[in-house]
Design a protein around this ligand. Structure first.
Ligand SMILES: C[S@@+](CC[C@H](N)C(=O)[O-])C[C@H]1O[C@@H](n2cnc3c(N)ncnc32)[C@H](O)[C@@H]1O
Length: 460
């Protein structure tokens, strides 16, 4: 039984300003003509009831209720789709959250309104692709420097999907944009951005190019993780997890099956003698599995002093004796530093790998994209395979679906074909924040029972 009250009287509050009430009511009724008329003023499509956080997109989706064979009128569903489409066209924000921490897409998914959910996903993909384009433009202009929890499978992952970038009629307003950190760090709404600007500016000064460019819906306990602060933090290895001094889970033992299946995908035949590069040691789970295949080259890149200390300890499999006992000098090696620097060195040395895995922490999607766009073409053998930990937006289905698609489009741009294998995640000990596997971990960064495992190869 849902604890959501989806009635109009609970969602459009009596204290809602009349202008916002009008657009919310028209969207709720799927009155496309009235909606169009009311959207003539900028900002109307994203107006929010100040008490419930209801936006016109929430209203248009929520009023459909769950599908019902008896009551569903195809004409009304059609009107709902048109309303949603119109709202998105006029700047409706796909990832604004209401007072129940639901985006319009979350409401559609909860209600089982798949077509409406997919419209929200598509809007998210367009927004993020447009953001990527704008970011690229800004970089060129800056002087040429380097720069929820059910089992519905909803999003069409067909790589032939056409992308259409939609902007407001005057072409100068970008949709609300999000960015999702590569190890499942949560997105925040743009609305929260202003409030956090001061804190962020401070962080930004400490950061390298392009990091932490966005904020998504936040829980009370959450704080932003950024790479520089993370790399300075004190780490603790304990009880099947690695946490930083803020209690963020850097790596957790429940991901072992994902690591196992990633190795299986990258090295299906497990032949010895392969050349392997792993970025991000963490708990050494995947490196232990890679080592078992007896590679001819096994390079690890790790930047955190605490992790490097752990690697050097006599109990570690990857201490100096592992390096010394490699099949050739330098064949087994832990590179101490950030991949952003070490990979340049590897490129200069002309190193090539059969399998490359990327799983860092505290870095955003822009870093992952930079890795596969700028480094994979030079480091991966033409027949090689590249994989990464796909934790983008994994605390919210819609964000996960948006980022799967965005990553796929960017991978294609980078000349890579991606195969997604959907694997089950055992949620029995992961279902509740602060409990089970999450005990002692500040934020539940994974909430989904399916993981999309990417395996990338060069196109053609
Ligand atoms: C999620 S853990 C990797 C877990 C690993 N896949 C395993 O199986 O245990 C992420 C690791 O990336 C490292 N890291 C974060 N940023 C990095 C960077 N820029 N360069 C190299 N390593 C980085 C972290 O210190 C951490 O050890």
């Amino acid at each position: 039984m849902s604890d959501h009250d989806d009635t109009i009287s609970s969602r459009i509050s009596p204290s809602c300003p009349p202008e916002t009430q009008r657009v919310l009511t028209a969207a709720w009724a799927h009155d496309v003509a009235a909606v169009k008329k009311l959207l003539d003023t900028p900002g109307k499509a994203s107006a929010q009831d100040p008490t419930t956080g209801e936006t016109p997109l929430h209203a248009a989706i929520r009023s459909c209720g769950p599908p019902s064979e008896e009551d569903d009128d195809p004409a009304d569903l059609d009107a709902a789709k048109k309303t949603v489409y119109e709202l998105l066209l006029w700047g409706g924000i796909w990832n604004d959250v209401d007072d129940k921490n639901e985006t319009p897409g979350c409401v559609a998914r909860r209600l089982g309104r798949i077509e409406l959910y997919n419209l929200c996903v598509e809007a998210g993909v367009r927004a993020e692709m447009l953001f990527g384009l704008m970011e690229g433009y800004e970089e060129l202009g800056s002087g040429g420097e380097e720069e929820e929890e059910d089992d519905m499978e909803i999003v069409e992952m067909d790589a032939d999907d056409e992308m259409v970038v939609v902007v407001g009629e005057d072409g100068d307003e970008a949709p609300e944009l999000v960015n999702i950190e590569a190890n499942g760090q949560n997105p925040t709404t743009g609305e929260e951005k202003e409030e956090e600007d001061a804190a962020e500016q401070e962080q930004e000064q400490e950061q390298e190019e392009g990091e932490t460019r966005f904020q998504p819906p936040k829980s009370d306990t959450e704080t932003d993780v950024n790479s520089e602060a993370y790399l300075r933090s004190k780490l603790t290895y304990s009880d099947g997890k690695l946490v930083d001094d803020d209690g963020n889970g850097v790596m957790m033992a429940w991901e072992t099956d994902i690591m196992r299946q990633s190795v299986d995908a990258l090295l299906p035949a497990k032949e010895p003698g392969k050349r392997i590069l792993n970025i991000g040691f963490g708990m050494g789970i995947i490196d232990t599995m890679f080592a078992e295949t007896v590679p001819s080259r096994h390079h690890i890149i790790e930047a955190h002093d605490g992790v490097l200390e752990h690697i050097s300890s006599p109990a570690s499999k990857f201490s100096s004796s592992w390096e010394e006992n490699g099949p050739a000098p330098g064949a087994y090696k832990v590179y101490r530093g950030k991949w952003q620097e070490v990979c340049r060195q590897l490129l200069e040395e002309g190193q090539l790998y059969d399998a490359i895995y990327f799983d860092t922490f505290g870095e955003d999607y822009a870093q992952l994209r930079m890795f596969f766009t700028e480094f994979i073409p030079g480091l991966l053998d033409s027949e090689g395979k590249f994989g990464f930990f796909n934790g983008l937006g994994a605390d919210r289905s819609i964000c996960y679906d948006v980022y799967t698609k965005v990553a796929e489009l960017h991978l294609t741009d980078a000349g890579l074909d991606v195969d997604w294998k959907v694997i089950d995640v055992d949620m029995s000990h992961l279902a509740e924040a602060g409990k089970g596997e999450w005990e002692g971990v500040k934020r539940r960064y994974w909430t989904l029972d399916k993981y999309r495992l990417p395996t990338c190869t060069f196109l053609g």
